[in-house]
Design a binder for this molecule. Structure first.
Ligand code: GLU
Length: 317
């Protein structure tokens, strides 16, 4: 089977070093095994997504030497469109399937109501839905069929059982969705599609066999695995890469101007930046100061990637 990987950036600002790391790892992973690489634009959030950011992402990837075989703004390939903002029909079809199988229900809770039910010890910011609107009856059989025309959020029933998966970097993980997040939203009250639903429908329809991304999304793989099963798609492999953090230990964000692709392009050549990323990822030893992504293909090996949730960048980068 030919590996199919993807990079799925949200065009809400200029990419930073961490985004470039995820892109490079995902590209190398499939290229080192003769696979295909997809660029999908995750512009689900209409307020924050901008076309010029998507164009800039394409330009930054090309500058670094990461070409895609499918996707992008030109919708290259057979599984388009590759922008989530125009893929609503596919998400709707998936939602209809979940509704007809009695696996989702309408939820009228406001954010404040949900926050009021959170346990005080939940300090990691994770929100666990308490099931306030969960109807009586068993999901899949006795529960009512949700009416999708209502302008309310739609939630997926989740089972109180362990979801087990193996991440290429972090190894075996077990997540109980009932205690990790509770029944989660698949369509918001304003009609916007939830990331969890969109990402599964897209990866499923696009034939993605491996998902490589930052390890902030490691545990959400369990929500996605559950959805893959319900929607009948094969489950891809997962590989989560450490998050890059600034010298204060904060993970890089689009607000870290000095680590934005624009700043990095003014300080380094593509080969210098690639070598710096590859050294951080343990792919090449210290002392190699410049190389292209293609030169890394023969030496790329997942076993060298540090098994760590974060990598702190030296002050002078
Ligand atoms: N669009 C997400 C982001 O930019 C990535 C989602 C994914 O790779 O699954 O953080």
């Amino acid at each position: 089977m030919i590996p199919v990987g993807r990079f799925a950036p949200s065009p809400t600002g200029r990419m930073h070093l961490g985004n470039l790391m995820s892109a490079l790892m995902s590209w190398l992973s499939v290229r080192s095994r003769g696979g295909r690489w997809i660029l999908r634009i995750e512009d689900l959030d209409p307020q924050r997504s901008r076309l010029e950011y998507a164009r800039q992402i394409e330009d930054d990837l090309r500058w670094l030497g990461l070409e895609w075989d499918e996707g992008g703004l030109e919708d290259l390939g057979a599984h388009g469109p590759y922008r989530q903002s125009v893929r609503g029909e596919s998400y709707h079809a998936a939602l209809e399937r979940l509704a007809s199988e009695r696996l989702i229900y309408p939820c009228r809770c406001r954010r404040a109501d949900i926050m009021a039910t959170q346990a005080p010890h939940q300090s990691d910011g994770r929100i666990v839905y308490a099931g306030t609107c969960r109807p009586d009856g068993m999901p899949g059989s006795g529960a009512p069929v949700a009416d999708l025309t209502q302008a309310v959020a739609m939630r997926l029933f989740v089972p109180d059982e362990e979801i087990l998966f193996t991440d290429r970097v972090f190894g075996e993980r077990t997540v109980n969705l009932a205690s990790h997040c509770g029944d989660f939203v698949v369509r918001r009250a304003d009609g916007a599609w939830a990331y969890q639903l969109a990402v599964v429908v897209d990866d499923g329809m696009m034939g993605v066999t491996e998902v490589v991304r930052g390890c902030d999304l490691l545990l959400s793989s369990a929500q996605q695995i559950y959805l893959y099963r319900l929607l009948g798609y094969p489950i891809p492999e997962f590989a989560h890469v450490p998050l890059l953090c600034n010298s204060d230990g904060q993970r890089l964000s689009k607000r870290d101007a000095s680590m934005s692709a624009g700043e990095l392009r003014s300080r380094y050549t593509p080969e210098q930046l690639t070598a710096r990323l590859a050294r951080l990822a343990g792919i090449i030893p210290d002392g190699i100061d410049a190389c292209s992504p293609s030169e890394l293909i023969p030496v790329f090996d997942w076993t060298n990637i540090p098994v760590s949730e974060s990598i702190i960048l030296a002050e002078k980068w």
